[in-house]
Design a protein around this ligand. Structure first.
Ligand code: ADP
Ligand code: GLC
Length: 475
C-alpha cells in the first residue's frame, strides 16, 4: 500500500467553499481501490472540530506559529483525518479564509504555513506509527509544505506533489514575515519563492514540489501562457517536464440522479419533468416555452456571470428562464437581485440541498467562465441530463462535447461551447440553446449522450495512482 498524506484547507462535506473541498473529500475513497491509503491533514476550524466524534491527540507542537497545537486523529464518514487544532490560528468565526466582513484574515500566511509545517513534521516521522511515502498538497494553502520538506531530512525520501486548483490564489505575504514563516533568506529569490518582492506560498510549492499537477489537461496548457498564468507562466514552463493535467471527477455517491435523496430520483431524462416543475415552484417561476437554465456558482470575476447579465435578454426573449444560486461579490449579488422577475429566480446564499434540486430540475446549466481550471457543476449537469452551456476554456473545454453537425451525427454531443468569452458570443450560444430545445429529438439525444458520459473518479484516480508509483520508483 502506498501511504499518502493529502494536505487541504477544506474537505467536503465537513467544510467547503468551492470545488477544492469536493476533490479533497473524494480522493481518499477514489484512490483506495488502487492500493493507496490516504490520510488528510486539515485545519481545525470550529466547524471541523464539531464534526469529530471520537478523537485522539496523536502529536503536540508547543510552538506552532505563535501558540501550541494538537494534532487530532479522527474518522469522519470513512475519511481518515488528521486535524490541526491550533486555537490561536483557527478558533474564530467567519469562514476558512475570510472574516464575516469579507476580508482576508491578516494572519492567513501564518495559519497555512502552520498547516504546511505540520505536513513536513509528519513526513519527518512526527507520528511513531505512520509516515507518508507521498505528501500531496492542494493549492497555496499547502504550498509551503514541499519547501519545508525539501529543506528537511525527509528530502528525497518523501515525494511531494502539488495540485493547482486555481492559480488566481497565490498566498502572498510581505517579505518581513520571512523569519516568522520559517523561510530561509537564501530561498527568497526569483528562482525560489519570491514574487515581485513578496513571499508566494504557491510559488514555493511550484518550485520545490517533486511533481505538479492541475485539474484538467487544457488548464495545464493554459497555465504556461501569459493569458492564464497570472504571472507564474514562466515558472510553469520551467517545470513542464514534471507537470501534468489530471481531470477532476465527481463523487457519484453524492451526485447521481438515481439515488439522490434531495430530489425525486430518476434514471432517464424523462424523470426530470417532475423535478423541473418542483424547481419552478420553488423559485416562483411559471411554466415557460423555453429552457430553464440554472447557475450554481461563486459570484466572482472568474465565473463570467457579468456577461450573463448582459446576455440574459437573448434567453428571455425566446421564452427561456433563469434560476441562479450563488454568493460572493456584493456588486454581482445586487445586480442579479435587480434582474429577478417572472422568469428569473435569484437566491443569494449557499445551499447544498438546493444545488442538487437545481441540477435535477434545470434543462441546462450555464458556466460562462473567463477561466476554469476544471469546473464541477458542468459535470453534475452531464450526470443529471442538464445540458451544459460553457465557455471554451480549461476543464470546460475538456468535458463538454459541443453540438455541431458532426458531433450530432455521431451521437456524442453533450452541450454547447462558446468562444470568445464575451457577452455577444454568450448571447449567440443562448440562442443556439433555445433552437436545440425547440427540437425535442435532438435535445433528448443530447441528454442521453450527456448522462452516459463517464464523469466519476475511476480514470483520474488511476492516473494519480500511476503518478505516485512513478514518483516512488524514481526516488
Ligand atoms: P470553484 O471551485 O471555482 O468554485 P467548481 O465548479 O469546481 O468551482 O466547484 C464549485 C462547487 O461549489 C460545486 O460543488 C458547486 O455545486 C458548489 N457551489 C458553488 N456555489 C454554491 C452555492 N451558492 N450553493 C451551493 N453550492 C455551491
Ligand atoms: C478551483 C477551480 C475549479 C476546480 C476546483 C477543484 O476552485 O476554480 O475550476 O474545479 O478548484 O479542482
Amino acid at each position: 500500500m502506498t501511504q499518502v498524506l493529502s494536505v487541504a484547507s477544506e474537505v467536503a462535506p465537513i467544510i467547503k467553499t468551492g470545488g477544492l473541498a469536493d476533490v479533497a473529500g473524494a480522493l481518499p475513497a477514489a484512490l483506495a481501490p488502487f492500493g493507496v491509503t490516504m490520510r488528510t491533514l486539515m485545519p481545525g476550524y470550529p466547524r471541523v472540530l464539531k464534526a469529530l466524534k471520537k478523537t485522539a491527540v496523536v502529536a503536540r507542537f508547543d510552538d506552532c506559529f505563535g501558540g501550541p497545537a494538537d494534532l487530532l486523529a479522527a474518522r469522519v464518514d470513512g475519511r481518515d483525518l488528521l486535524v490541526l487544532s491550533a486555537p490561536h490560528l483557527f478558533d474564530r468565526g467567519g469562514g476558512p479564509y475570510l472574516s464575516d466582513a469579507g476580508s482576508d484574515w491578516p494572519d492567513n500566511p501564518e495559519r497555512f504555513a502552520a498547516l504546511s509545517w505540520v505536513a513536513s513534521e509528519l513526513a519527518n516521522g512526527a507520528l511513531p506509527d505512520w509516515r507518508p511515502d507521498i505528501v500531496h498538497c492542494h493549492d497555496w494553502q499547502a504550498g509551503l509544505a514541499p519547501y519545508y520538506i525539501a529543506r528537511s531530512p525527509a528530502a528525497g525520501r518523501v515525494q511531494t506533489v502539488l495540485t493547482i486548483h486555481n492559480i488566481a490564489f497565490q498566498g502572498l505575504a510581505p517579505a518581513w514575515k520571512m523569519a516568522g514563516l520559517r523561510i530561509a533568506p537564501v530561498d527568497f529569490t526569483p528562482d525560489g519563492m519570491e514574487y515581485w518582492g513578496q513571499i508566494s506560498a504557491l510559488k514555493a510549492g511550484l518550485v520545490f514540489a517533486d511533481w505538479l499537477t492541475t485539474v484538467s489537461p487544457t488548464y495545464a496548457a493554459e497555465l504556461m501562457t501569459a493569458e492564464f498564468g497570472m504571472g507564474l507562466e514562466g515558472v510553469m514552463r520551467a517545470r513542464k517536464a514534471n507537470f501534468s493535467g489530471i481531470l477532476n471527477g465527481i463523487d457519484e455517491a453524492v451526485w447521481s440522479p438515481g439515488t439522490d435523496d434531495q430530489i425525486q430520483p430518476y434514471k432517464t431524462a424523462r424523470g426530470k419533468a417532475a423535478n423541473k416543475a418542483a424547481l419552478q415552484q420553488e423559485f416562483g417561476l411559471a411554466e415557460a416555452t423555453g429552457p430553464l437554465c440554472v447557475v450554481v456558482s461563486r459570484l466572482s470575476e472568474q465565473k463570467g456571470l457579468d456577461l450573463l447579465l448582459q446576455a440574459l435578454p437573448a434567453l428571455l426573449d425566446r421564452g427561456g428562464q433563469l434560476a441562479l444560486l450563488g454568493s460572493g461579490d456584493k456588486g454581482l449579488e445586487a445586480a442579479f437581485q435587480r434582474v429577478a422577475g417572472p422568469n428569473v429566480g435569484i437566491r443569494i446564499g449557499y445551499d447544498e440541498g438546493l444545488s442538487h434540486r437545481m441540477m435535477a430540475g434545470g434543462d441546462a446549466i450555464l458556466v460562462p467562465s473567463r477561466f476554469e481550471p476544471c469546473g464541477l457543476t458542468q459535470l453534475y449537469g452531464l450526470r443529471y441530463g442538464t445540458l451544459p452551456l460553457v465557455a471554451l476554456t480549461g476543464g470546460l473545454a475538456d468535458t463538454v462535447i459541443p453540438s455541431t453537425p458532426a458531433t450530432m451525427a455521431r451521437e456524442v454531443a453533450t452541450g454547447i461551447q462558446f468562444f470568445p468569452v464575451t457577452a455577444q458570443a454568450l448571447a449567440g450560444a443562448l440562442e443556439q440553446l433555445c433552437d436545440l430545445y425547440a427540437q425535442p429529438d435532438r435535445w433528448t439525444k443530447m441528454q442521453r449522450n450527456a448522462m452516459s458520459q463517464p464523469v466519476g473518479w475511476d480514470q483520474s484516480a488511476a492516473r494519480y495512482a500511476d503518478l505516485y508509483t512513478k514518483l516512488l520508483a524514481a526516488a
